[in-house]
Design a protein around this ligand. Structure first.
Ligand code: C2E
Ligand code: MG
Ligand code: MG
Ligand code: MG
Length: 279
């Protein structure tokens, strides 16, 4: 009996491991079908400028409700798509949808709004990425400074020359760069010396604690001051309560995003919100 058991025997027959593997491969298969059938949609979460008291931006967030799997959270399917490179066509689809939706918004005279799109490292490493973006800009003739691309600290820390060069080229085109989930990683802020960014998005884990943890509150205040000192835009994510809002007002945070204002919603709904906030 014992002889038959291989070294990795426990891993082979671990039922949760097996279930995870099956789910992953099912997601992978279904994701290909979903993209082909345009079953992936893009939702938008409003970004509010507290000084102007106006909806000024919206973050594009991928949504997938599969016939077989039900709702699959983006954290789950994005990381699977990153593993096998499927993030390239998927990311292009999301990017294109977001830019075309912004174009439709601008055509209605709502030209003050920008769109913020999450990027994966794989996309920045893709040699065709820059020309894809360039073509999309030409096709839509949108002002590039109304497009913001969100990268995580891990990406900003990448010492790969190509990634840094691509970020610079995007900036050169006039596109804005945001650091997403700022403060959540293990990273240093040294990358701010090497790549010039436009916006810091404070991670929601900070905001959740500003009213209960004095230390986190001070740290958050310091991050906002740092951003101002560097002439960067600052967005607080995960704003859920009016206490969060008061705190962020008193610390002069420019922009906010969170369930307190709105969850991510379909395009038609965000258009209504933009219109309502514009009057
Ligand atoms: P993220 O870029 O940090 O996006 C913000 C996440 O916080 C979204 O989760 C949003 O729904 C959620 N959120 C917004 N306000 C609140 C709030 O007040 N409270 C709480 N608890 N959560 C809030 P979502 O949509 O599930 O997306 C999760 C992550 O998946 C995103 O985090 C992003 O990293 C990734 N993701 C989503 N769409 C895309 C995409 O198109 N491309 C890439 N590369 N990643 C994406
Ligand atoms: Mg984001
Ligand atoms: Mg993100
Ligand atoms: Mg974030």
């Amino acid at each position: 009996e014992a002889k038959k058991k291989g070294k990795n025997q426990w891993a082979m027959y671990d039922p949760t491991f097996e279930q995870e593997r099956i789910r992953k491969s099912l997601i992978r298969q279904r994701l290909h079908v979903a993209l082909e059938q345009h079953a992936i949609s893009v939702y938008y979460q409003p970004i509010i400028d507290m000084k102007k008291n106006q909806l000024v931006g919206m973050e594009a967030l991928a949504r997938w409700n599969d016939e077989e799997l039900g709702f699959v959270p983006p954290n789950e399917f994005i990381s699977i798509a990153e593993e096998d490179g499927f993030i390239i066509p998927l990311g292009e689809y999301i990017f294109q949808t977001a830019v075309c939706d912004l174009k439709r918004l601008h055509e209605q005279g709502l030209t003050h709004v920008y769109v913020s799109i999450n990027l994966s490292l794989r996309q920045l490493k893709n040699e065709q990425f820059l020309s894809f973006v360039q073509q999309l800009l030409e096709k839509t003739s949108l002002q590039p400074n109304h497009i913001e691309l969100e990268i995580t600290e891990n990406i900003a820390l990448s010492d790969e020359k190509q990634v840094i060069e691509t970020i610079h080229a995007l900036k050169q085109m006039g596109i804005r760069i945001a650091i997403d989930d700022f403060g959540s990683g293990y990273s240093s802020i040294g990358y701010l010396r090497h790549i010039s960014v436009d916006t810091l998005k404070i991670d929601k884990s900070f905001i959740f604690e500003v009213t209960t943890n004095e230390h986190t509150a001070k740290l958050t205040e310091a991050i906002i001051a740092l951003a101002h000192r560097l002439h960067l835009h600052i967005v607080a994510e995960g704003v859920e309560t009016d206490q969060h809002v008061s705190f962020l007002q008193s610390t002069h945070c420019d922009k906010v995003q969170g369930y307190f204002f709105s969850p991510p919603v379909p395009f038609e709904k965000v258009v209504k919100q933009v219109q309502a906030a514009h009057i």
